[in-house]
Design a protein around this ligand. Structure first.
Ligand code: SAH
Length: 245
């Protein structure tokens, strides 16, 4: 039988937000491999498994470990937070398997990504066309990130920012905001959701003008409304254009 690696998106955090398909796969495998924070989020719900946890910059090693274990005949899953195909492990795993030339199957199980979870907390901010942009320049040149922000802002996309700010990258969000302000006014609603669908979830509905006054870190998604987005009863709404009577 061809060895198989499951790449599983575990959702934003709360076990209730994990899909039944992801749950079933994780119950079935012997080994669960993932980034520390994500393994710690789920490990109590999967007793008796072997867990392999590793750090932030060790994605390729994690995939090589998964490949090696699969070739040894082990039944395993590689996990990502949210969806594994959105800044997650799915792409790297496919690349590592392809490069190895080994006959290993990869099954990818989708999950609820941070933008979905955050949008639901805020109201309905991504009801219209939206762009998801990561502010991390660990693997992407900063000029390209800013260019994409500029294009998304010019195109009036709702913009979801992942990896908005880390200890070493404090100024990128400020620059992103300045670029967006060339195209949108200061009153544009901005939703800030930290730890969406986790125990310590918090959120703010801010504006482009005051968004930098709130706590924003690597556990936060920032959703910047388009020119039509508004706030009603504390909820952020991007209208799709339906006529009300
Ligand atoms: N694969 C993940 C994204 C990984 S990139 C997904 O689909 O959600 C990591 C970034 O995602 C974080 O810096 C943060 O911006 C965002 N993120 C992930 N989970 C989150 C959560 N529960 N609440 C808020 N932001 C989250």
């Amino acid at each position: 039988m061809t060895p198989k690696i499951y790449v599983v998106g575990i959702g934003p955090g709360d076990p209730g937000e994990m899909t039944p398909r992801a749950q079933k796969v994780l119950e079935k495998v012997e080994i669960i491999i993932g980034y520390r924070t994500y393994v710690d989020l789920i490990k109590d719900n999967f007793p008796g498994k072997e867990f392999i946890r590793s750090g932030m910059t060790e994605e390729v090693e994690r995939c090589e470990t998964a490949l090696q274990k699969a070739l040894e005949g082990k039944n395993l899953a590689l996990i990502s937070g949210g969806d594994s195909g959105i800044y997650g492990m799915a792409g790297i795993m496919l690349e590592v398997v392809n490069k190895s030339g080994q006959p290993v199957a990869v099954e990818i199980i989708p999950g609820v990504t941070a933008a979905n979870a955050a949008a639901a907390v805020l109201g309905a901010p991504i009801m219209h066309d939206f762009a998801v942009i990561s502010l991390s320049d660990r693997l992407t040149p900063l000029e390209l990130i800013y260019k994409r922000i500029e294009c998304a802002a010019a195109g009036d996309f709702v913009i979801c920012l992942y990896n908005p700010k880390s200890k070493s990258r404090t100024g990128y969000l400020e620059t992103a905001r300045k670029i967006i302000l060339k195209y949108r006014n200061e009153a544009t609603p901005v939703g800030i959701v930290r730890n969406a669908a986790r125990e310590d979830e918090t959120y703010q509905v801010a504006t482009l003008e005051n968004m930098l006054d709130f706590e924003i870190d690597m556990f936060t998604v920032v959703i910047i409304g388009n020119s039509q987005t508004y706030i009603a009863n504390g909820r952020m709404i991007t209208p799709r254009g339906y006529k009300m009577f």
